[in-house]
Design a binder for this molecule. Structure first.
Ligand SMILES: C[S@@+](CC[C@H](N)C(=O)[O-])C[C@H]1O[C@@H](n2cnc3c(N)ncnc32)[C@H](O)[C@@H]1O
Length: 262
């Protein structure tokens, strides 16, 4: 039987929003537990690869509680974080006021950013921004959750300026069959168990494997980036491909159409 938060049809976005609304206040704790804190390193790697310069505009799509947005802001960027779950944004906004609650996701020693990120409510599949506005557009553990991840990637490309960097961090699919089987076992058994113990919700964490099985991960995202005409397309496999970062650079002058409004 499929996970109750996973829907292949029209209810997909509503289920995902319900899921993150349910776990928002425990989300950061569970991230640390299930990754043994390693998600902080993977997020730092993403931000390093983004090469954001002070004053440049950056958008973090599906920002959740704001880890990537805060880290980009520490680089001196003008950062917007966008998410469609109000409860996740509320945790992110609370972290603006309490820097210590941001933990150590950011660069060691960095305590204060020049500009706090702005957190806005919005849909990743209809970004409320005009074309070519951001030098960096990131998404971490978000693309896999979209009803149509290709639309999300196209939207990220549309709002990036020419030469802008587009980066996607998410669970990956290791090529090595044994490694992959062990990793999927971990996602099937231990991750929902942690969800049950620390959050009272096994299904919310069982959703990770279900959504990953329906997602083409690093190889599919790489192909889609090429189809969109991105340049310097590259894949960084972390932990043998259990996690991955896809990166591409928006080419000059190519016009990406906005999705129809209805
Ligand atoms: C797994 S969390 C990732 C949060 C954060 N990026 C991180 O790495 O910790 C996924 C986030 O994507 C958001 N999300 C999912 N679908 C979305 C959509 N269509 N538009 C905007 N946000 C979405 C959820 O609300 C949730 O906050």
């Amino acid at each position: 039987m499929s996970n109750r938060f996973y829907d292949t049809g029209a209810a997909r976005s509503a289920r995902v929003e319900e899921l993150f609304g349910t776990i928002a206040t425990r989300y950061d704790l569970l991230n640390d537990i299930q990754s043994l804190g390693l998600h902080r390193l993977w997020k730092r790697r993403l931000v390093r690869l983004a090469r954001l310069k002070p004053g440049e505009a950056a958008l973090d799509v599906c920002c959740g509680t704001g880890d990537i947005a805060f880290r980009l802001a520490e680089e001196g960027g003008q950062v917007v974080g966008l998410d469609f779950t109000e409860a996740m944004l509320s945790v992110a906004r609370g972290r603006v006021e309490k820097p210590r609650a941001r933990g150590d996701v950011g660069r060691p020693g960095a305590t204060r950013s020049l500009h706090s990120p702005e957190f806005v409510l919005g849909d990743a599949m209809r970004l409320p921004f005009g074309e070519s506005q951001f030098s960096v557009v990131t998404i971490a553990y978000g693309l896999r959750n979209l009803a149509d991840w290709k639309v999300g990637l196209r939207e990220m490309t549309r709002v990036a300026r020419s030469g802008g960097r587009i980066l996607v961090l998410d669970f990956g699919k290791p090529r090595n069959a044994i490694f992959r089987a062990v990793y999927f076992c971990y996602l099937r058994i231990l991750v929902p168990l942690f969800g049950f113990v620390f959050c009272g919700n096994a299904a919310a964490y069982g959703y990770i494997l279900e959504s990953l099985q329906h997602y083409p991960a690093q190889d599919g995202v790489e192909s889609a980036m090429r189809e969109l005409g991105l340049e310097e397309v590259s894949v960084y496999n972390l932990m043998g491909g259990m996690m991955s970062i896809n990166m591409g650079v928006k080419a000059g002058m190519k016009v990406i159409a906005k999705p129809p409004t209805d």
